[in-house]
Design a protein around this ligand. Structure first.
Ligand code: GCU
Length: 128
């Protein structure tokens, strides 16, 4: 991946497993969230300086039901129940992009499922 890429399979996973059975992922796999509210993937992202950054999440949702997730940066919800709608197939990967405030140094970025369906399959995030 590019310099801003952070693979989900390398992040901290709470209630989820790394899998590679649906093609199109980057890196060595993706995270399959456990189908439960509260399952999450947390990334640690270093920033050279404080300020806004562009956060892109790459995911697949092979169902026709939204799998919303809270996007939480350094403990603060930046996007509540953000939509991760169906992408048509587990092998069809899509992205969603938002602006997030980062501190200089280490930051945590957590994507937490808000429904009993859990999250979508998460491939990676990119900080731009
Ligand atoms: C299927 C699919 C998984 C997905 C899961 C889900 O089992 O193969 O990749 O994570 O559905 O609904 O979460």
């Amino acid at each position: 991946g590019g310099p801003g890429d952070h693979q989900a399979e390398d992040a901290t996973i709470s209630q989820g497993v790394v899998e590679s059975n649906h093609a199109g992922f980057t890196g060595s796999g993706f995270v399959n969230y456990t189908n439960v509210a509260g399952s999450y993937v947390e990334f640690t992202v270093n920033a050279a300086q404080a300020g806004n950054a562009t956060l892109t999440l790459r995911y697949a949702n092979g169902t026709t039901t939204d799998r919303p997730m809270d996007i939480v940066v350094n403990g603060a919800v930046v996007s509540a129940a953000r939509s991760f709608a169906g992408t048509g197939a587990w092998t069809s990967w899509a992205t969603t992009t938002l602006t997030v405030p980062l501190n200089a140094g280490a930051n945590t970025i957590r994507a937490t499922a808000t429904t009993a369906n859990g999250g979508p399959n998460l491939d990676k995030i990119t900080i731009g």
